[in-house]
Design a protein around this ligand. Structure first.
Ligand code: DC
Length: 229
């Protein structure tokens, strides 16, 4: 069976990473969560006090410090899942906090951040056999990907999913704050100047507002089989 590149893009909290992870495991591909990479750079900026009280990032200072930012994925031997590392430290839990979610959009809008991460992402996909999720995978990172999926669901449903996820992990969560954050990120992600979130012309749309995980998985496997025949 030929190996392909699978690009999964869509709005925040629409279950992209769960479906991408499952698909990768099922078909034996490498999974890359590019949102985790932008979140790790954001955590770095937060730890270096590069945000003012309004949430603006000191772009010039971050650009100077970028050579010190090394992002990598390490396989967790217990769970078998890749975890993101910032300069060698596993930061998988820290990057999922609401605080990082609230600071990530301005960082992901910076062209020098995107250039560095996109280059690293393209290198990861050179051998194919990869499932990558994000916002610009089918449009910028892999415009020639053999299978492109654009995932969407209503903001309310997405906020509820993230709320339950944080609660399950015992992390503080307020539904209204999360909904506001989801809506704000939708706006910034679709309106930023560099690589805004948009559906690639040749992407297949998957609205999973009313789909179960099992139904979604079945749909995805069918698309995968069509493209790898
Ligand atoms: O998928 P996520 O919520 O973990 O992504 C975090 C943020 O990073 C999100 O606000 C948009 C940004 N992002 C991006 O701009 N490009 C990507 N390829 C992935 C994520």
């Amino acid at each position: 069976m030929k190996k392909i590149v699978i690009a999964i893009d869509g709005y925040s909290s629409c279950g992209k990473s769960t479906m991408a992870k499952d698909l990768a495991r099922e078909v034996g591909y490498i999974y890359v969560d590019t949102g985790a990479m932008y979140r790790a750079v954001t955590l770095f900026a937060m730890r270096n006090n590069l945000f003012d009280s309004e949430g603006n990032v000191e772009a010039e200072r971050l650009e100077q410090l970028m050579p010190q930012v090394q992002i990598a994925f390490k396989l967790n031997a217990e769970t078998g899942r890749p975890e993101v590392c910032l300069n060698g430290e596993v930061v998988e839990r820290e990057i999922r906090s609401l605080e990082v979610s609230q600071h990530v959009s301005p960082v992901a809008a910076l062209p020098f951040v995107r250039a560095k991460l996109v280059e690293q992402q393209q290198a990861m996909g050179r051998e194919k056999g990869i499932v990558m999720d994000g916002r610009d995978i089918g449009t910028v990172v892999f415009p020639n990907a053999e299978l492109k999926i654009f995932v969407t669901a209503t903001a309310q449903i997405r906020a509820m999913r993230r709320y339950k996820e944080l609660q399950a992990k015992g992390m503080p969560a307020d539904f209204d704050d999360i909904l506001k954050n989801v809506e704000e990120r939708d706006y910034i992600d679709t309106h930023r100047a560099t690589s805004p979130l948009r559906q690639a012309d040749d992407a297949l749309v998957l609205d999973n507002s009313n789909l179960t995980i099992a139904e979604q998985k079945q749909w995805l496997m069918k698309r995968f089989e069509e493209r790898t025949k």
